[in-house]
Design a protein around this ligand. Structure first.
Ligand SMILES: NC(=O)c1ccc[n+]([C@@H]2O[C@H](COP(=O)([O-])OP(=O)(O)OC[C@H]3O[C@@H](n4cnc5c(N)ncnc54)[C@H](O)[C@@H]3O)[C@@H](O)[C@H]2O)c1
Length: 267
C-alpha cells in the first residue's frame, strides 16, 4: 500500500516480537507509511524475513535476534538500533507469550517468572531505556504496549498470562503519568481474537486441523453474542490502531487501553 502522504516519514520504530503475526503487520504498516524499523524477535528466521519485507518497501530495517526476557539482549538491541538507525521515535512492546492455561496447582515459579519476564519486565525495561533516549534527545515519542482483552476480563481462564497482561495495563498508566511531561505518550492496545501463529500452535496442542482452534473460539464468541462483529480479527486490525496511536493525530491520547476486538470487551 503506497501512500502519497506518509505519516512516519523520518521516524524510526522498534517493534519486538516482529518475526510473525501482529508484530510483523505493525512493522510493515509503519514502514509502508515511511518509518525505518528495528525488528526484534527470538525467532531469527522470522525476524530476518520481516526485515526483508521491510526492505522491499524501500525502508531501512535492522533485524535483531533478541529475547525480551533477557535484559542483556534487550540492552544490546537498543544500543545497536540507535547506532544503525540514529534514533527511536516509536517503541512497540509486542512480544508476548501466552502458552499457559495451566491449572492453578500446576503453576510453578519457573513458568510464572518466564511469562512475567517476557510480558511485563521486558516491556518495562525497554520503555525505560528508550524513554531515556527520547528525553535526552527531545523526541516526542510514542510507547505502545500490546496487551490483551484478557488483561481486562479473564474469559479464557489463564492465570499467569491474563494477570501479566493486566500488569502491563497498570504499567502503561504509570509510565504515561511519568512521561507525559516530556510529551511522550504511552498507550496499550488490547487485541481480542486475532488469527496469528499463536493460535496455530494451539491447533497442534488441541489436535485440530490448521486454523481450527481460532475458528472454534470465534464461532463460540459469535454464538454467545460476545463478538458483535461476526468474524475473528486479523493482524492488520491491530496494526491500524497502532499506526494511529503512533501518529501525530494521537498526540492528546495517553494512558489508554484501546480494545480492538470486534466488541468482545466493552470496558
Ligand atoms: N493473537 C491473538 O488473538 C492475541 C490476543 C491478545 C493479545 N495478543 C498479543 O499480541 C502479541 C503478538 O502475538 P501474536 O498473536 O502476533 O502471536 P505470534 O506468536 O504470531 O507472535 C509473537 C511473536 O513474539 C515472539 N516472541 C515470543 N517470545 C519472545 C521473546 N521472549 N522475545 C522476543 N520475541 C518473542 C515470537 O517468536 C513471535 O514471533 C502478544 O503480546 C500477544 O500476547 C494476541
Amino acid at each position: 500500500m503506497e501512500q502519497s502522504f506518509k505519516r512516519f516519514q523520518g521516524k524510526v520504530a522498534l517493534i519486538t516480537g516482529s518475526g510473525s503475526g501482529i508484530g510483523r503487520a505493525i512493522a510493515l504498516r509503519l514502514a509502508q507509511e515511511g518509518a525505518n524499523v528495528a525488528v526484534g524477535d527470538v525467532n531469527e528466521q522470522g525476524v530476518q524475513e520481516t526485515a526483508r519485507m521491510v526492505s522491499e518497501l524501500g525502508r531501512t530495517a535492522y533485524a535483531c535476534t533478541c529475547d525480551v526476557g533477557n535484559p542483556q539482549e534487550t540492552d544490546a538491541m537498543v544500543a545497536a538500533a540507535l547506532e544503525k538507525l540514529g534514533k527511536i521515535d516509536i517503541l512497540v512492546n509486542n512480544a508476548g507469550t501466552g502458552d499457559t492455561n495451566a491449572f492453578y496447582e500446576d503453576i510453578d515459579l519457573p513458568l510464572w517468572d518466564r511469562i512475567y519476564a517476557i510480558n511485563v519486565r521486558g516491556p518495562f525495561f525497554l520503555a525505560k531505556a528508550i524513554a531515556k533516549h527520547m528525553i535526552e534527545n527531545g523526541v516526542k515519542g510514542r510507547i505502545i504496549n500490546i496487551a490483551s482483552t484478557e488483561g481486562k476480563t479473564n474469559r479464557g481462564g489463564s492465570i499467569v498470562y491474563a494477570s501479566s497482561k493486566g500488569a502491563l495495563l497498570a504499567l502503561t498508566q504509570g509510565l504515561a503519568l511519568q512521561l507525559g511531561p516530556f510529551d511522550i505518550t504511552v498507550n496499550a492496545v488490547c487485541p481480542g481474537l486475532i488469527d496469528t501463529p499463536i493460535w496455530h500452535r494451539a491447533d497442534k496442542l488441541m489436535e485440530m486441523p490448521e486454523g481450527g482452534a481460532i475458528q472454534m473460539v470465534v464461532q463460540m464468541a459469535i454464538d454467545g453474542r460476545q463478538l458483535k462483529i461476526a468474524r475473528g480479527g486479523v493482524p492488520d486490525d491491530i496494526a491500524n490502531t497502532v499506526a494511529f496511536l503512533a501518529s501525530d493525530e494521537a498526540s492528546y491520547i495517553t494512558s489508554q487501553a484501546i480494545n480492538v476486538c470486534g466488541g468482545l470487551e466493552v470496558h
